[in-house]
Design a binder for this molecule. Structure first.
Ligand SMILES: Nc1ncnc2c1ncn2[C@@H]1O[C@H](COP(=O)(O)OP(=O)(O)O)[C@@H](O)[C@H]1O
Ligand SMILES: [Mg+2]
Length: 694
């Protein structure tokens, strides 16, 4: 301990000697219109304007001064750098108006704190689309009671969602304005520091060490490192001239919103480094870059399940976010009856959930509201006074509807470039695909990129998709077909998965052959082999004698998953099957309540399932902290039990939700209804005392 302190002292002394002997290092953080020049020493680069940069500049201008977050927010909203010095560092908190201007929505409701959480909103949206399916299905079956239940919950969720975007509301306790400002500003500063670190690791390091965030934020200069900062903003330049970040200038579409990385559906902890796909990446990057100058396009990604379509789309969404885009994802789902425009419904609801305020959203949809509300009925619940659409003949009606959607997207893109990801179009209905074609004809004049993913080989089952793909080809849009990864890339994935560089060639070859380079299979085969103890010897070294005949590799991925699940003991299988019945994501609390397994053991099971890569920590918020790594895994678990057992479990889930949510059970009726429907008359076992049951 003492030697460490001495060492640190010596280091500081040496640094001070050097510091005194040399000139201060030059650094720059300067706004030039829409861009900032950021640099350290000889390295300089440009970043799009974001609030985070403005916060940093303000802190740097006043070294060691502690700014209260509300003051910091107010100062940036006002953007008066010159009069800052007159403000005391510990100003009284500003009004909500200041925060609004700074983009921190408080909406005067005093209850939005937790509701503003993006991940919670994502969970709400997901739930809403499940409910819509439920509603459709119930209507189809003429089950009025079920339909009403679904509708009730849709109502409840929609009003939750609207509270999340700022409509005043009920007595939900929430963080104070300053707590919300603290969270928001810390996040903003951290993400801008991360962006800076990507271009200059030393500068990133300086900021992460010296910029303190919390209720008070400050820049505490490192005494061992003298830096001469250049901070004065200069007048906007027409076109940025150089950029080391791959962020091309967008001359005609000003970007006003910050380019903060948005939540990815992949858990960062769980995913390995992205490999290969260079040509697809550069094609999509080029499309994104072109869109920045107002010339958008559609990109279609095709390939078998597990080939990596979603992952590639998400990697590109991250790139797009970095260069200033906002991205929204809409899914199609496998179902008997199509739900019109479903992915667009998700996208529009997503943009509602992310809107700065309801008024703002309402303004933006303007005259198109009646048509949009036809596609997204929940809009009428949020904005009850949307007028009825004009009564037009069907063909005209559709054209009018499509025009309204493209108007809305066009308007959204005026403030910020947009990337829309339409997932799993093999399940899309005709209306969704017709709208896609309509938009494909328009995006060339908009800063919008649409990425559509679909399973090739499956598309033949969907004649509307076949026609759409033909039409897109006529328009010059050829799908990018993803195949398996190369052997080198498979090896890289294995390095990532094993966290080791010395993966033997024999193992790479084996897994490459068995997986055909399909990344999902690579992951699954690798995990299977690990669990079988085929990969490492007793000393923890790679076994040299992995042979194909010894391994008895399963033939396809379902089998692989099945085999991996066979490794679970009875209780583990029971617990995870129960989790699968709850849904794609689930909470520990609910799982405890429906499993006849002691909490301690359940903890161990959940941990083991995480280690095995069956589930991962989700990004869907505290209500659903775990998510199955792939739908195939969940389905395989469900397929492993009989229908009556599954129904029995659904009844148990419905019952448990009701017991766990006695306070707000009315808000859970939809959830409960869905499980009861799936229980199909089966009853729940009697509850045991406490949260679980026996
Ligand atoms: N290029 C890649 N590099 C590393 N991992 C990948 C890559 N592509 C996909 N994966 C991983 O493979 C799995 C399946 O990918 P996913 O995108 O879900 O497939 P798809 O959408 O085609 O069914 C995921 O765990 C994903 O993280
Ligand atoms: Mg996918």
């Amino acid at each position: 301990m003492e030697t460490q302190t001495q060492y640190r002292d010596v280091k500081t002394a040496v640094a001070t000697v050097f510091k005194n002997a040399s000139l201060p290092e030059r650094a720059i953080l300067r706004q030039e219109g829409e861009y900032w020049t950021v640099g350290y020493g000889a390295n300089a680069f440009r970043l799009k304007d974001t609030k985070g940069l403005a916060y940093l500049a303000r802190l740097l201008r006043h070294p060691a001064v502690e700014f209260h977050v509300l003051d910091l927010a107010g100062g940036i909203a006002g953007q008066h750098h010159d009069d800052e010095t007159r403000q005391s560092a510990h100003c009284l908190p500003r009004t909500d108006e200041y925060l609004e201007k700074a983009g921190i929505h408080v909406g005067g409701l005093g209850d939005a704190g937790e509701m503003l959480d993006d991940t919670a909103k994502a969970a709400y949206r997901r739930r809403l689309s499940e409910l819509r399916e439920e509603l459709e299905e119930a209507k189809e079956l003429g089950n009025v009671e079920r339909a009403e239940k679904a509708e009730q919950e849709i109502d409840a969720l929609t009003s939750e969602l609207s509270r999340a975007v700022g409509l005043g509301g009920r007595n939900r306790r929430a963080a104070s304005a300053s707590e919300r400002a603290r969270q928001s500003i810390s996040k903003t500063i951290k993400s801008v520091v991360e962006r800076i670190a990507q271009s200059d690791a030393r500068l990133g390091d300086i900021f992460s060490r010296c910029v303190k965030t919390g209720n008070f934020c400050s820049y505490q200069p490192d005494p061992a490192l003298e830096i001469a900062w250049e901070l004065d903003a200069i007048e906007p330049t027409e076109h940025p001239t150089s950029s080391s970040e791959p962020a091309p200038a967008r001359a005609d579409h000003p970007q006003t919103s910050p380019a903060v990385l948005e939540v990815s559906p992949f858990s960062f902890a769980a995913r390995t480094a992205f490999v290969e796909r260079e040509s697809e990446r550069s094609t999509i990057r080029a499309a994104i870059d072109r869109a920045l100058s107002g010339h958008g396009s559609v990109v279609m990604l095709a390939g078998g399940p597990g080939v990596g379509k979603t992952r590639l789309a998400m990697e590109m969404a991250e790139y797009a976010s970095r260069v200033g885009f906002r991205y929204l994802v809409g899914h199609c789902y496998e179902r008997d009856e199509p739900f019109p425009f479903l992915p667009f419904v998700e996208i529009i609801e997503g943009s509602l959930a992310e809107a700065a305020s309801l008024d703002d959203f309402r303004r933006r949809i303007g005259d198109n509201a009646p048509e949009l509300a036809q596609i997204v009925p929940s809009l009428r619940r949020v904005f009850p006074n949307i007028p009825e659409p004009p009564d037009l003949p069907p063909a005209q009606k559709r054209r009018h509807l499509f025009q309204s959607v493209s108007d809305k997207l066009g308007r959204a893109a005026q403030t910020r470039s947009q990337l829309y990801i339409l997932e799993d179009l093999q399940w899309a209905d005709e209306s969704t695909l017709a709208l896609l074609i309509h938009l494909a004809n328009r995006v060339a004049q908009l800063p919008v990129v649409i990425i559509g993913t679909y399973r090739s080989g499956y598309s033949e089952n969907n004649p509307a998709l076949v026609r759409t793909l033909e039409e897109l080809i006529r328009m010059g849009i050829r799908p990018l077909k993803l195949g398996g990864l190369s052997k080198d890339a498979t090896a890289q994935m294995l390095h990532g998965l094993s966290q080791r560089q010395d993966v033997p060639e024999s193992l790479v070859s084996l897994i490459f052959e068995e997986s055909q380079g399909y990344p999902f299979f690579v992951e699954e085969v690798y995990r299977h082999l690990i669990e079988e103890g085929k990969v490492f010897d007793a000393a923890g070294q790679f076994r040299a004698d992995v042979e194909i005949d010894e391994i008895d590799v399963p033939e396809n991925v379902r089998l692989i998953i099945g085999r991996r699940l066979e490794r679970l003991d009875e209780n583990e299988k029971r617990a995870l099957t129960a989790a699968a019945v709850i849904g794609r994501s689930f909470s520990f609390k609910l799982l405890t309540a429906i499993c006849e397994i002691e909490v301690d053991e359940l903890f161990t099971i959940v941990e083991k399932a995480q280690q095995m890569g069956i589930i991962v920590a989700s990004s869907e918020g505290p209500a659903r902290p775990f998510v199955f790594t792939h739908e195939l895994v969940r389905q395989t678990l469900l397929a492993g039990i009989s229908a009556p057992r599954r129904q029995h479990l659904h009844a148990g889930v419905a019952d448990a939700i009701a017991r766990l949510h006695t306070d707000d059970v009315s808000e859970r009726t939809g959830d409960i209804g869905i499980h009861l429907t799936k229980a199909d008359g089966h009853s729940a076992p009697p509850a045991r005392p406490g949260s679980g049951r026996r």
